[in-house]
Design a protein around this ligand. Structure first.
Ligand code: C2E
Ligand code: C2E
Ligand code: C2E
Length: 89
């Protein structure tokens, strides 16, 4: 354990995601919808995702995981704390 505590979770803000222009959020929305369907988890305001899912999303968006994380933070979909989750890769 570091002085900063355990690795934070990657928590997608679903309400914010729905407010984004489709050309930005489209691939993310489809990925999240797949996870919700697999879990049967449709009613949350947020969705916790796996670290490995951020890697997959980075491939989809043709960015590094770090760059995609910055984009998602800029969009307001991820909390800035998420930077520490990606540093742990
Ligand atoms: P699976 O990976 O074989 O996981 C089976 C069950 O183990 C999950 O059922 C869940 O109850 C539990 N589980 C596995 N990993 C975790 C975890 O990191 N945290 C928690 N809290 N529980 C975990 P569930 O949720 O019904 O998911 C069914 C299947 O849907 C999973 O099978 C997996 O194939 C897929 N899935 C669900 N959520 C995700 C996700 O966030 N990312 C990915 N890549 N696949 C997911
Ligand atoms: P947390 O992880 O900080 O999550 C806080 C709240 O955010 C959750 O309250 C829930 O309302 C929402 N939330 C977070 N991730 C998801 C998600 O993927 N789907 C949905 N629908 N909502 C989500 P909740 O459910 O009362 O859980 C309170 C705390 O209990 C969680 O805090 C976590 O520490 C623990 N917890 C709940 N479910 C699990 C789980 O499957 N695995 C683990 N390890 N802890 C869990
Ligand atoms: P969490 O449930 O608090 O799990 C934290 C970490 O513990 C996970 O990080 C993973 O490294 C490990 N872990 C927990 N349960 C399992 C398991 O059944 N199998 C394995 N191999 N590892 C497990 P990770 O993968 O980054 O997931 C982050 C969060 O995303 C989880 O926090 C949970 O809230 C959510 N999540 C991930 N996969 C699933 C899933 O299949 N179903 C559900 N319902 N939630 C999931």
């Amino acid at each position: 354990p570091t002085p900063l505590g355990p690795t934070p979770k990657l928590v997608i803000d679903l309400e914010r995601m729905q407010q984004l222009p489709h050309e930005k959020a489209g691939p993310l929305s489809r990925y999240v919808a797949t996870i919700q369907s697999q879990r049967g988890d449709y009613n949350g305001r947020v969705l916790s995702i796996r670290q490995e899912d951020l890697r997959s999303l980075a491939v989809i968006y043709d960015k590094s995981p770090g760059d995609l994380t910055e984009e998602l933070i800029n969009w307001g979909v991820l909390d800035p704390e998420a930077r520490r989750a990606v540093d742990a890769f």
